[in-house]
Write a protein that binds this ligand. Structure first.
Ligand SMILES: [Zn+2]
Length: 71
């Protein structure tokens, strides 16, 4: 293992991305461009904790839109 490896080690790469802002964990999603948050904080794989060195944005919490369930 090296310090600069940027490949997720999970069976399914990047199953979930998270970032920690002020000791709270947030789910984030990949985007084409950097967001203000992605310039300041580091996202990483929620499972193997590999740093995600690509643009991402936070997923806004919306109680009216529950997570999509795939059957
Ligand atoms: Zn991973």
């Amino acid at each position: 293992m090296t310090d600069d490896q940027d490949t997720c080690l999970c069976p399914t790469p990047w199953p979930r991305l998270i970032t920690v802002i002020e000791q709270r964990e947030y789910t984030v999603t990949p985007t084409a461009d950097h967001s203000p948050a992605s310039a300041l904080y580091l996202a990483r794989c929620a499972l193997c904790r590999t740093p995600y060195n690509h643009p991402w944005k936070r997923i806004p919490a919306d109680p009216n839109q529950p997570p999509v369930v795939t059957r």
